[in-house]
Design a protein around this ligand. Sequence first.
Ligand SMILES: *Cc1c(COP(=O)(O)O)cnc(C)c1O
Length: 380
Amino acid sequence: MGLSIPFNKPYTTGQELQFISSAIASGHLSGNGQYSKFCQEFFENRYSIKKALVTTSCTDALEMCAMLLDIKEGDEVIIPSFTFVSSALAFVRQGANIVFADSRADHPGVNELSIEKLITDRTKAIVVVHYAGVSCDMDHIMTLAKKFSIAVVEDAAQAIDSFYVSKDGSKRPLGSIGHLAAYSFHETKNVQCGEGGLLAINDDTYVKRAEIIWEKGTNRAQFFRGQVNKYGWVDTGSSFLPSEITAAFLYAQLQELNNIQQKRISIWQKYQASLKDWAQPIGINLPVIPSFATNNAHMFYLTCNSLKQRTELIQHLKKNGVMAVFHYQSLHISDFYKDRYTGEPLVNTERYSDNLVRLPFFYNLTDQEQNYIIEALYNF
Ligand SMILES: *Cc1c(COP(=O)(O)O)cnc(C)c1O
């Protein structure tokens, strides 16, 4: 019997409505209320983040980063090409020229060895993307950034509860390492609230201004703490705060984080164990976790040996009712950017754009469904 398996089903814990009811009862539904604070403290305490601010999306948190770093017309920002549009868009809006970096050969994350030659005296920031929640080589990148006095922004959209592992074996949470970082709680991420994000500020010098940019360019946050006796327009900014309804929903999810992660990791491991012997003879690669990274089971992807093989694989799965999807179109050859791109061809990036495919992956994927997907792959 055929099943029909979507690519994603947003997970809800069952506690969201209760938390939202309690937010309604509190009489405070706009931003920066108690549930926003609970979510922020959760990140600050659990992941050693100096200051966290919940936002309406990861895209918005990245826009805050671009504003905080004072990115101006003509500044250069180094960003991997194999990423979601938002990683670059936030900086393009401030007038930056994007200098695209290639992926590693063994992983879609940025090739850390390719970065130094892209640095010029106009480089203001390096944006790293922890693809699939798997860390980039942060020691290497932070050392470079320090040497050239460049800020580092972590696009940690997919990277909740994942870590960078130093050579001495110590682990640091992703999102706590760069000067600034952005998480996403979009419905496709491990923890979700429909649309939502969080800005992590790990360098004290940005904290005060971040609160102002977050609150429409006003010093309202300071006013509410009694630090100034009136509030007004003091800087640039926008409305980057989510309502307490969103924050309450998110907080219900964060309560279940350990449970969510445990379940997702078991789904990931089952894919890995079941597909190992199938993939290799037909030239398909399973995900590689570099020695400096941990796996937070954000996604399970396959790298096919050609665009043709990938197209056939997606078709085959679709015929069997299984929705597998590909992404990303390399940003340096996107319609929006290709005419401005002057760098070299990015061979690994383009290979992942052509060959990578993501399998259905969500908390409520049943054993029966996963067995069915694996069986369908065996029949390819
Ligand atoms: C999901 C995602 C984003 C965007 O997150 P939103 O919360 O939808 O704005 C940005 N970067 C990466 C790498 C993502 O996966």
